[in-house]
Design a binder for this molecule. Structure first.
Ligand SMILES: NC(=O)c1ccc[n+]([C@@H]2O[C@H](COP(=O)([O-])OP(=O)(O)OC[C@H]3O[C@@H](n4cnc5c(N)ncnc54)[C@H](O)[C@@H]3O)[C@@H](O)[C@H]2O)c1
Length: 288
């Protein structure tokens, strides 16, 4: 149950959640509905999004709720979605760039350029388009916050995650720089970076990611959603939470890179595809 303090803080704030149809986004949508917020929810998955909207309408029938199918990688669609959201909810106080996809789960030499581009388009550019176009709305509000979801893979980089890590380190760099900019001109806009550890969601859709899911995705998304809401209320900029996240944070901070790489290699050994690790694989030009 959310505390009275949390409800008092968030009540009537207009909150946008991307990727609201599953996992962390779904948990955030339910939590902010419970806290009495006005909601704008979007996702690329129309059917799942409609189910979430139906669920919130039945559990919290008084919630002002706008929703739309949106591919976060489409910049023009963002401009329209934000204008419609602001018109429907009377402004935007808080936007959570949560939507994201897994990487190829393969080593660099085996993964395709098309997969790398899609991961960057959704995870990085989706966040960047939204951030750029929402700032004018946030700057109009007496209280506003932007939350960008990176990962513990935005703090450290294990094998088979180069595409995903590239997108999550990029979110971190972009957000930290933006935070420094806004501190100069619009300090009332809070900027937060979330680095979840292993959260029990549907992000691992590929067959060969299932062993990773079983081993690491252990924290419930509702626990992370609560942590985020509390941390934002206390204006804590960096939110590191979830299975193995504190270990990852510490290791990234204190270990020399060579030790960290070797440790991460051992930790995820056996989770990759066998074929990608033959010493005599057909070289570094295997797939387009
Ligand atoms: N689950 C974890 O362990 C974990 C760890 C670290 C970071 N994260 C990050 O948390 C965020 C949420 O992931 P999750 O674990 O809840 O995954 P999830 O797959 O359960 O939910 C992601 C949602 O994003 C939506 N989505 C995907 N592509 C989209 C697009 N182009 N436009 C709009 N919506 C899109 C999906 O349809 C889905 O509903 C992601 O950014 C992910 O990288 C997750």
């Amino acid at each position: 149950m959310p505390t009275t303090k949390l409800i008092h803080f968030y009540q009537d704030k207009a909150v946008v959640v991307t990727g609201a149809a599953s996992g962390i986004g779904l948990a955030l949508a339910h939590l902010f509905a419970e806290l009495g917020c006005k909601l704008a929810l979007c996702d690329i998955d129309k059917k799942a999004l409609n189910e979430v909207v139906k669920g919130i309408e039945s559990t919290h029938p008084n919630t002002e709720l706008y929703h739309s199918v949106l591919d976060v990688a489409d910049e023009d669609a963002w401009v329209v979605f934000l204008a419609e959201t602001a018109a429907a909810l009377g402004g935007i106080n808080l936007l959570i760039n949560n939507a994201g996809i897994e990487g190829s789960g393969q080593p660099v030499w085996a993964s395709t350029t098309a997969s790398l581009k899609r991961v960057m388009d959704v995870n990085f550019y989706g966040m960047a388009y939204s951030t750029k176009h929402v700032l004018p709305y946030l700057s109009n509000e007496p209280w506003a916050a932007l939350i960008n979801v990176s990962s513990i893979f935005g703090l450290m980089a294990p094998p088979n995650t180069a595409d995903y890590c590239a997108s999550k380190f990029a979110i971190r760099g972009y957000t930290e720089s933006l935070k420094a900019e806004l501190a100069l001109v619009h300090p009332h806009i809070q900027v937060h970076l979330v680095h979840p550890g292993g959260i029990n969601t549907n992000i691992t859709r590929l067959e060969h990611s299932q062993r990773f899911k079983e081993r690491f995705l252990k924290t419930e998304p509702s626990a992370l959603a609560n942590k985020i809401a509390n941390a934002v209320m206390h204006n804590r900029a960096r939110i590191v939470y979830g299975y193995q996240s504190q270990r990852a944070r510490l290791a990234a901070r204190i270990l020399p890179l060579a030790w960290l790489s070797s440790l991460l290699g051992k930790l995820v050994k056996g989770l990759g595809l066998e074929d990608d690790y033959h010493k005599d694989h057909s070289g570094f030009t295997t797939r387009k």
